[in-house]
Design a protein around this ligand. Structure first.
Ligand code: NAP
Length: 248
């Protein structure tokens, strides 16, 4: 009898790891895919592959070879290219998008400046003087390099390829974070503006509480729209319930 090919999880998030852990515990074969951006990634339980598929055609060919029973796109809400590729192959097998809720319902959300991209973020930043903490990731950093007259603290997981402008400094770190440490960081660097993506979840949320306590302005990048054609859930439990119906 042919071995159960199980579930392909396109990962890189805590939710993807959470889902893989439960599936492995339940005895359902799972292959998690990571992009390979981070040198020392947190590895999910079960089988893992690392690296791009080669666009939607590469992903389609990979699915054709392995014949998975279900596909879960559990990439980060801002990983739009990978999610678009998943949407392109979704008609070929049961497919679900798993994305944690954003911070729109956070109690302080109404007080933040919501912007739709880095260009609007730069404009918003310019409206407030003083040092800023940039937590929007390495890949979009170039958009902010126009802020040469500002003191900028950049927090990233992996270092940027290009040197930073003078007046900028770098912290390499990754969550989860704690409010106390975030408060010290913001206070010690005299931060006046915090720039963040609407990543959602609890791992990186403590900076938002610390910013509120210290009266720091928050500039929040709204999420890109998720592909409308793919069924979605915002929780690991929701993904498990869906998988249960698909696999049984
Ligand atoms: P992206 O721009 O949407 O994807 C760029 C390319 O990277 C994709 O076309 C694909 O290459 C490859 N790729 C992305 N995720 C992959 C995965 N899980 N497995 C295999 N290939 C993958 O993605 P991104 O924003 O660079 O994010 C890369 C990874 O980091 C994602 O897995 C995401 O979950 C994680 N992450 C992203 C962010 C963020 O803010 N963007 C934050 C935290 C974690 P091919 O076209 O060759 O298949």
């Amino acid at each position: 009898m042919r071995e159960d090919p199980g579930v392909l999880i396109i990962g890189g998030t805590a939710e993807a790891r959470g889902l893989a852990a439960v599936l492995v515990q339940t005895g359902i074969p799972v292959l998690s895919s990571l992009a390979g951006r981070v040198r020392d990634p947190a590895l999910p339980a079960g089988e893992v592959r690392i690296g791009g598929f080669g666009g939607p055609d590469g992903l389609r060919e990979f699915l054709r070879q392995r014949r998975f029973r279900a596909l879960v796109d559990a990439t980060h809400p801002f990983a739009t290219r990978m999610s678009a590729h998943v949407a392109a192959v979704a008609p070929e097998l049961p497919t679900l998008r798993l994305a944690r809720p954003g911070w729109a319902d956070h109690p302080d959300a109404a007080g933040w400046t919501w912007v739709d991209g880095p260009a609007s973020a730069v404009q918003a930043i310019r409206a407030t003087d003083g040092p800023l903490l940039l937590t929007t990731g390495r890949q979009t950093l170039d958009h902010y390099r126009v802020l040469t007259d500002r003191t900028v603290l950049v927090r990233v997981v992996e270092p940027p390829e290009q040197p930073l402008p003078s007046g900028w400094s770098l912290i390499r770190d990754r969550g989860p974070y704690r409010v106390e440490a975030e408060t010290s960081l913001l206070r010690d660097h005299g931060i006046r503006v915090l720039v963040s993506k609407d990543s959602g979840g609890s791992y990186t949320a403590p900076k938002l509480d610390a910013a509120r306590d210290l009266g720091i302005r928050v500039v929040m990048l709204t999420r890109p729209a998720a592909p409308a054609t793919v069924l979605s859930t915002d929780s690991v439990d929701g993904a498990l319930a869906w998988l249960w119906t698909v696999l049984h």
